[in-house]
Design a protein around this ligand. Structure first.
Ligand SMILES: *Cc1c(COP(=O)(O)O)cnc(C)c1O
Length: 415
């Protein structure tokens, strides 16, 4: 009998009891809106912002409705105009170009390397060709390139950097919290990220002007004085009549759920790293499969796992993914012709009128991606890696006939 894996790739851990208790408290008193406070009370959302600012070392923090809202707000705070080009790495998730499009700006994609990080030479070329002022840099799946080189390049080009840290919340790079290299760091607290409020996000910055604009944009009305991780009133007084209200605040209920989880990020990172290392160990030296190098400077979280099947023809990859799925191992393939579930790639974002990027196409054609939820144990990971290894070896050896592939890809992929 072939070994099967029965675990769920989408099952997260429960909300900690302290978060459940705090959420019940908010529901009992009924003051869910962040500016609805009793005399002397500080809103859960304001406390959460203060705690997340301290966690990242940022001066200012805004809690917001989603990671996508954080990125769109950051771009608006930077006063990106409609029609303006905004650079972004081509390997990312749909909410990133979506945030650019949401303000009427134009995504300009930059090639990705085999380490899954942005190609700096192409970044420079694209910045010069388009005159873009802003880079929305996605640390996609937690892979962070050489941030010193990137920031030096962007400074030289006059490009401001917004970091998408959906997969690097809790990670550091040469000891600095992810999201603290550019002008603004954006995070998501959506269920599949590192802390879970269903939907939600953060924006952090040290720039008082950007912070005040972001607070006003999120819909503070004239109640910005109730923020704690925000600049003083003098900054708001200068801007308050010039910045539109685009309601995207976080509420006290979600903040109550999140506060205890911020304190758990370091412990979660340690557990994720253990699972990630078990994946690496289980797949090491599998012929036909290449692991992604993780440089020393990157203290990553490891909430998902990627590997490359370099040079595999599409039918062979599709057959491999389908056979792994049939054995209970859910893999996402970034090279699929049509987007599946959460996985789409730049060429699918037709509204952005993407120009083909041959290097990125080559990398994504062989890129396999897997969630690594904390509900997995290292024993689970050992089963998963045995199955992947066996299926890679058999796919590499077999001559795949068309009939077999058609049959294999017909296996439905669970979301
Ligand atoms: C999830 C995600 C986001 C933000 O997602 P929201 O669902 O808007 O919170 C941004 N970038 C990447 C790479 C993501 O995976």
């Amino acid at each position: 009998m072939m070994e099967r894996f029965d675990g769920s790739f989408t099952q997260q851990e429960p909300i900690p009891e302290a978060g459940i208790a705090a959420a019940l408290e908010v529901m009992r008193h009924g003051r869910l809106h962040r500016y609805n406070v009793a005399p002397g009370e500080v809103a859960e959302t304001a406390l959460l912002e203060e705690e997340f600012a301290a966690f990242t070392g940022a001066r200012y923090c805004l809690a917001i409705a989603s990671g996508g809202a954080a990125m769109a707000t950051a771009l608006r705070a930077l006063q990106v105009n409609p029609g303006e080009p905004v650079l972004s790495n081509a390997f990312t998730l749909a909410p990133v170009p979506g945030a650019i499009a949401s303000i009427g700006a134009r995504p300009v994609f930059v090639e990705v390397t085999e380490d899954l990080t942005i190609d700096l030479a192409h970044l420079e070329a694209q910045a010069k060709a388009t005159g873009a002022r802003v880079l929305l840099l996605s640390h996609m799946r937690g892979h962070v390139g050489d941030m010193d080189a990137l920031i030096a390049l962007c400074d030289r080009l006059g490009v401001r950097v917004v970091e998408d840290c959906a997969h690097t919340m809790g990670a550091t790079w040469r000891g600095v919290a992810s999201g603290r290299h550019g002008a603004v760091g954006c995070y998501s607290t959506q269920t599949y990220k590192h802390i879970n409020s269903g939907e939600g996000g953060f924006l952090v910055t040290d720039d008082p002007d950007l912070a005040a604009r972001a607070v006003l944009l999120s819909g503070s009305y004239m109640l910005y004085g109730r923020h704690r991780a925000a600049p003083g009133p003098e900054v708001f007084e200068r801007l308050r009549l010039d910045v539109p209200n685009i309601s995207s605040r976080m509420d006290n209920l979600r903040a109550a759920i999140l506060r205890p989880q911020v304190a758990m990020l370091a412990e979660r990172r340690a557990r994720w790293r253990e699972l990630y290392r078990a994946m690496e160990a289980g797949l090491a030296e599998t012929p036909g499969l290449r692991l992604i190098a993780r440089p020393e400077w990157e203290d990553y979280v490891g909430s998902s796992f990627q590997f490359l099947l370099p040079g595999w023809e599409p039918a062979r990859v599709a057959g491999f993914v389908a056979r792994a799925a049939a054995r209970g191992v859910e893999l996402k393939w970034f090279g699929a012709a049509d987007p599946v579930a959460f996985t789409s790639r730049y060429a699918h974002w037709r509204y952005a009128d993407p120009v083909p990027l041959p290097q990125t196409d080559r990398v994504l054609a062989g890129l396999i991606d897997m969630r690594l939820p904390l509900t997995f144990s290292t024993d689970d990971v050992e089963v998963i890696t045995r199955i992947i290894r066996a299926e890679v070896l058999s796919a590499a050896q077999s001559e795949i006939g068309q009939g077999e592939v058609a049959e294999a890809v017909a296996v439905p992929l669970a979301d």
